[in-house]
Design a protein around this ligand. Structure first.
Ligand code: NAP
Length: 298
């Protein structure tokens, strides 16, 4: 740390002095299209969020039929759907469910807080009792942001963001250990590497996802944590941070249509953690129009 090279993160391993660098990944094998199993189930937390919906459509397009949609907001019983205002938030969720059904999927609702271990284990016990299809994939997207500068960051503000990421991911890791998982995908953020002021809670939560993916891979379990850059939809867009990332960080936002080839590529990658690539130029005026590459931390 006292060396003159200005490095502020140094690890000493076996007499070697290591520092971290984010470098473009090279030599990736050409990704095979993702094929999912119609006889398995795929569990998506944060399924009704902006990226959750895009992902669910994508999973169905790749062969998934049974989708377990996890989110905290319950929906009324189907018998009462006719009375729900179509332009309400509930009406919007019902429309999404019907859309998935029209695509050939059988969505199963799991209305629970993913950091609530009692609720999760009770729901899983019921699912298994009904002899439902084995869970073949987990996609953990549940999360929220509550940007707060450190002097004002109290326990509540920290935990609101940290807990669904950390405890949610850990509980999925722990309670699905007996399922024949092919995929365990964690939606992390570039914020775990390049933090924006006010996002210590978000950075810490996402850094845990990256570490959990390493932990699982070291034990021979499937895992991939993707440090997404900002998307042109979802929480970053709602917070009005797309412009911040573009002008202050030189990162253009990922457009939903163009980002998915990278999730294919990232699933073909052998490492447990990769960054989805923003354009690092700081000059992009047109989000999502530049060519993108995967990056990895070495
Ligand atoms: N959008 C981006 O630019 C971006 C960039 C990098 C990484 N990411 C990551 O990608 C994921 C999805 O982002 P998004 O933009 O789609 O977010 P979003 O639209 O805000 O959706 C998040 C979803 O998570 C659910 N959720 C929150 N806390 C939960 C909990 N404790 N248990 C269960 N569900 C919970 C919410 O539903 P309920 O309120 O009904 O529970 C909501 O549907 C997040 O983890 C985010 O960190 C996003």
């Amino acid at each position: 740390m006292t060396a003159a090279d200005g490095e502020h993160e140094v690890a000493l391993r076996d007499s070697r002095r290591l520092t971290s660098r984010l470098i473009p990944v090279t030599g990736l094998p050409r990704p095979l299209p993702l094929r999912l199993r119609a006889d398995g189930a795929y569990l998506v937390t944060g399924a009704f969020g902006a990226l959750g919906r895009i992902l669910c459509r994508r999973l169905v397009a790749r062969g998934a039929r049974r989708l377990i949609l996890v989110g905290r907001t319950p929906l009324p019983d189907r018998d009462h759907w006719h009375a729900v205002a179509p332009d309400s938030a509930t009406g919007d969720r019902i429309r999404f469910l019907k859309e998935l059904e029209a695509l050939g999927a059988q969505p199963v609702l799991a209305p629970l807080d993913i950091s609530d271990e009692t609720a999760l284990t009770a729901w899983l016990a019921g699912y298994r009792r009904r002899q439902s299809p084995p869970i073949r994939g987990v996609f953990h997207l549940a999360g929220q942001v509550r940007d707060t500068l450190l002097p004002e960051m109290d326990r509540t503000a920290f935990d609101a963001v940290y807990t669904p990421k950390v405890l949610g991911a850990y509980l999925l890791h722990r309670h699905l250990s007996d399922e024949p998982l092919d995929h365990f995908v964690l939606f992390s953020s570039i914020a775990s590497l390049l933090t924006t002021a006010g996002q210590a809670n978000y950075a810490a939560g996402n850094a845990f996802l990256d570490a959990l993916a390493h932990h699982r891979r070291a034990r021979g379990l499937p895992a991939l944590s993707i440090d997404w850059g900002p998307w042109a939809t979802g929480m970053i867009e709602e917070l009005g941070l797309v412009e911040h990332y573009r002008t202050r960080r030189g990162m253009s936002s990922l457009s939903p249509k163009r980002a998915w080839p990278f999730s294919n590529a990232s699933s073909a990658r052998t490492g447990p953690n990769c960054s989805s690539p923003p354009s690092w130029t700081g000059r992009s005026s047109s989000p999502g129009t530049r060519s993108r590459r995967l990056w990895s931390l070495t």
